[in-house]
Write a protein that binds this ligand. Structure first.
Ligand SMILES: [Zn+2]
Ligand SMILES: [Zn+2]
Length: 348
């Protein structure tokens, strides 16, 4: 079978042995897998946790191993690549995405493969989620990044009525905006360079957006929207270091700065610490998501309360994975790009 992998800073299509299901395991035939910003960072060599690419896959179960009871061949599923242990000191305090077990677990050989194996641990802890009928393949391929946004909103203590400003409206920033809106945000605004992305935010998610190259535009927009107070939650949804200093100027007193996007490697925080102290800004980094939050996002999509499908602008077959990565790195051309696999039937 074919698999897309990282090879010396490039994404290449390679041949691999098709996996089979051992006890408790599941084999999934790929329908689609989103290209994530972190996949692009791995190609650039900017991500410490390099290694496998493709962690937003949906597909059809092809094979189940002995002992698997909750799933059957033919089920349409989303698969989450990492699962926490739920038992260690980190998990017991609710910080499950920082569990040491979490990053160790993974699907094999990754999400950009014609078939992939889901380890017993992931299957047992509920990382294989059956898609509801109204949830299309595009929706499914967006569940993991949308789950990251939900995990973030929960970790920052978001409440209905809160105002939110997002610096960086790439696919995951757009999902953050749509989700905050669906959860009752009082006001959502954003800053983004790409007109294509700002238009997607205007279609749903954000009340207003600005181009961050306009000096003072974000500060002015936030001041107007909040009566000069500042937002409850200011989100950094890009790795650009300038985004952090912009976002750090926008929270209200006692508000939150959410470090959400993967920061540039070796970047340092340059903020006025005394101002931060007197302002009472909480800095909350949030990383990744859990199968539980993904299941909650799935319920929102299935019920029609969260519309996200239009954020997928390109479907590229696995055979042309290099083209998928090129597009995903071109904010003027594409929003979310998904790589498609053999399970994607006509009209799916
Ligand atoms: Zn992702
Ligand atoms: Zn744990």
């Amino acid at each position: 079978m074919k698999v897309g992998r990282l090879d010396a800073g490039r994404v290449v299509l390679a041949d691999a042995e098709a996996p089979h299901a051992g006890p408790g395991e599941v084999i999934v035939r790929l329908a689609a897998c989103g290209v994530c910003g972190t996949d692009l960072e791995k190609v650039r060599g900017n991500y410490q946790s390099a290694g496998r690419i493709g962690h937003e896959p949906v597909g059809v179960i092809d094979e189940i191993g002995p002992g698997v009871e909750r799933h059957r061949p033919g089920d349409r599923v989303f698969v989450h690549h990492h699962v926490p242990c739920y038992a260690c000191a980190v998990c017991r305090r609710g910080d499950t995405t920082f569990c040491p077990t979490y990053q160790r677990t993974n699907i094999d050989p990754g999400g950009f493969a014609e078939r992939f194996r889901v380890p017993e641990e992931n299957v047992r802890r509920g990382a294989v989620l059956t898609l509801g009928a109204p949830v299309g393949w595009e929706d499914g391929a967006l569940l993991e990044p949308a789950g990251c946004a939900l995990t973030a909103l929960r970790r920052v203590g978001f409440r209905a009525g809160d105002s939110v400003f997002i610096v960086g409206l790439g696919p995951v920033g757009l999902l953050y905006a749509r989700l905050a809106h669906a959860m009752g945000a009082g006001w959502v605004g954003g800053a983004e360079l790409s007109p294509l992305r700002r238009a997607a935010a205007a279609r749903g998610g954000a009340e207003a957006t600005v181009d961050p190259r306009e000096d003072g535009a974000a500060e002015q927009l936030v001041a107007e929207a909040t009566g000069g107070i500042g937002v409850d939650v200011s989100v950094v949804a890009t790795g650009a270091p300038a985004a952090v200093s912009l976002a750090s100027r926008l929270p209200r007193r006692g508000g939150t700065l959410n470090l959400f996007g993967l920061p540039e490697a070796k970047s340092r925080l340059d903020v006025d610490l005394q101002a931060l102290y007197l302002h009472g800004t909480r800095i909350v980094p949030t990383y990744a998501t859990t199968e539980r939050d993904i299941a909650d996002v799935h319920a929102l999509v299935a019920s029609g309360r969260l519309a996200i499908r239009d954020l997928v602008t390109h479907r590229v077959p696995l055979a042309r994975i290099d083209e998928a990565f090129r597009l995903a790195a071109a904010p003027a051309e594409a929003l979310k790009v998904v790589v498609t696999g053999p399970a994607l039937g006509p009209g799916a």
